[in-house]
Structure formats: C-alpha cells, structure tokens
Design a protein around this ligand. Sequence first.
Ligand code: IMP
Ligand code: MG
Length: 169
Amino acid sequence: MHILIKQETILRQVQEIGQRINGDYQNKNPVIIGVLKGSFMFLSDLLKAVDIPVEVDFVSVSSYNGKESSGEVELVQDISSDITDRDIIIVEDIIDTGRTLRFLLDRFSVSKPRSVAVCSLLNKQDDRQVDIHITYLGFNIPSVFVVGYGLDQSNKYRNLNFIGVANGK
Ligand code: IMP
Ligand code: MG
C-alpha cells in the first residue's frame, strides 16, 4: 500500500469544500445525500465543516464494475426524504465512469428538486464515459484503483485515514 493523498491534505480540502457550501447555501436548508457506502467518511468530515442547517439522507447503490464492466447500476436503498422543491447536494466518494452519478441524477430529477449539486471527494476524469458536472471536487486523480477514507477493494480498507493505492495495482 502506498499513500496517494495523506490525511491532513484530505482534511484541509474537505474543510474548504464545507466553507464553500456554507457560502453557497446561506439561508437555505439543503438535503445532503450521501451515496453509500464509499462516501461515509467524507460525508462525516464534510458535515463537521458545514454550519448552515442541513438535512442528511443516504442512498445506497451498487454497480457491477467487477467483471464485464457492464456499467449497470442498481438501487439498493432509496432516500427517505421528499426532495421535491428542495436544494439537494449529492455526496460521492469518487466519480469514475460517471454512470453511478448519471443514474442518481436521472432518478432524483423525477422528484423535481429545486436545485441539484454534486460533491465528490475524488474524480478520475480519464475514465469518464458520460458527461457529469461536479460542483464541488476534492481531488483529480489518475486512473488507478484507490482505497481508504471510505473506499474499498472487496470491502476492505475503508477504515484507512488516507487515500492509498494497493500494491500490485
Ligand atoms: P462510476 O464508474 O463513476 O459509476 O463509479 C462507480 C463506483 O465505483 C464509485 O462510486 C465507487 O464506489 C467505485 N469506484 C470507482 N473507482 C474506484 C476506486 O478507485 N476505488 C474504489 N472504488 C471505486
Ligand atoms: Mg461510490
């Protein structure tokens, strides 16, 4: 395992994103939607930097990236909030092909939210297959498989306090 982004660098950037959200959503009450499981650690640190009133919800999706890279996305658990006429911020760990986010944007748009923003800790621009606008981004990274700070490889390494690249990858 080697470190790609160390903890203090992550936390500094997360703090900055939180402050931008505070400024952009003054006098608003956005619904912050964490995409499980990968976003849990980012969301937790981000929310500590947010000091405007927010509501928090979660959506759980799984994608079959493993074998054939079919790009199929499946909803595992939906949000429980009514997002009609609400400002929503979707919080992701990483945007790779963009298919997961495209699926969520299409799904949430049916409920007619007032506004939709996308916040992602990481972005692999080189792997993008569908066009996505990221409102708040932590870091652009190269096309390598990363783990830690919520991200997993076969459900391991989510607890690491840094973003790392597993050996042999
Ligand atoms: P998508 O390709 O943009 O749809 O990303 C699908 C999902 O794959 C992301 O939300 C992550 O959960 C996962 N993923 C993509 N790249 C990585 C990585 O480098 N490490 C761990 N998970 C990843
Ligand atoms: Mg994810």
